[in-house]
Design a protein around this ligand. Sequence first.
Ligand code: HPA
Ligand code: ZN
Length: 340
Amino acid sequence: MWPTAELHVHIEGTLEVPLLLTLAQRNDIALPSHDAAVLRARYEFSCLQDFLDVYYDNLAVLVHERDFADLALAYLQRAATAGVRRAEIFFDPQSHTSRGVAMGTVVRGLSRGIEQARELYGIDGALILCFLRHLGGDAAVATLREALPLREHFIGVGLDSSEVGFPPSLFREAFEIAAAEGLHRVAHAGEEGGPDYVWEALDVLGVERIDHGNRALEDAELMAVLRHRQIPLTVCPLSNVALRTASADLAEHPLPVMLDEGLLVSVHSDDPAYFGGYVDDNVAALRSAGVVSEATAGRLAANAVMSSFLDGDAKARLLDEVRAYGAARGIELLAPASAR
Ligand code: HPA
Ligand code: ZN
């Protein structure tokens, strides 16, 4: 497995059915069914909203700090087996605070799971607080203010949930506060929304990475900016197929076009419990669909590391690890586009 960085994973989307059932029992929460096969059968989606409805429903089982710690630990244990050395993990605090769970319970619980995973598996985790765009800009500001006393537990802010109808510009103020706090900024854009959403994320929110960004391909001027500035795009192929946001068939996925266009793209899992797999599964699926070669898989791993928020030394060390992995297999990695 190529050593890599996971930059686009929603911790709530890593809630696998066995843990869902364990937590439901532990917290005495009723689910639509307590049969794993029936629960899994709900994971058929025709668009982003279809998925989000099930995703938010299942979160009812997360109640106590320990539940959040268990969720993060389970994810990081699995991610470590996928070659992930660094995980920058999204969480959706509003999906919990809106149910009466305290902000501190969510943040401290996830943070505890990350610390446990560091000790147990040597994996480096960090949290990115995402605003739910369907709740609007004022709620985002209030959420950030509520979370700032816990500032040491997260490295950045992001923007997720239902995209169309909730453009990035609604969140200008929250992102301005985040910038003033020295937080990193990312946003989902161009998943279902058009290239205009990507423009706004860059120009209005000042984001450092775009999550998904597939629809940027429709706008040549935007492509030129993304290429020139080497703005990372965190692409999630199995998610795109499951939600039909890029191509119905993985073999038709635009990833090779994005690479050919000189964009700084990398591959991630999004919501692995729902979309059919973790980073390794995404790469394996791309390999078996004939979309990428092994050398390109290495390039994608190096791009992920380049796109991470690791500091310079840690990034260089992890890039060396990726190159050494390739060299041991006779694969010499080209320098990442931004270093060329
Ligand atoms: N897109 C938008 N919001 C999300 C997603 C996604 O794929 N997963 C969890 N929240
Ligand atoms: Zn996502």
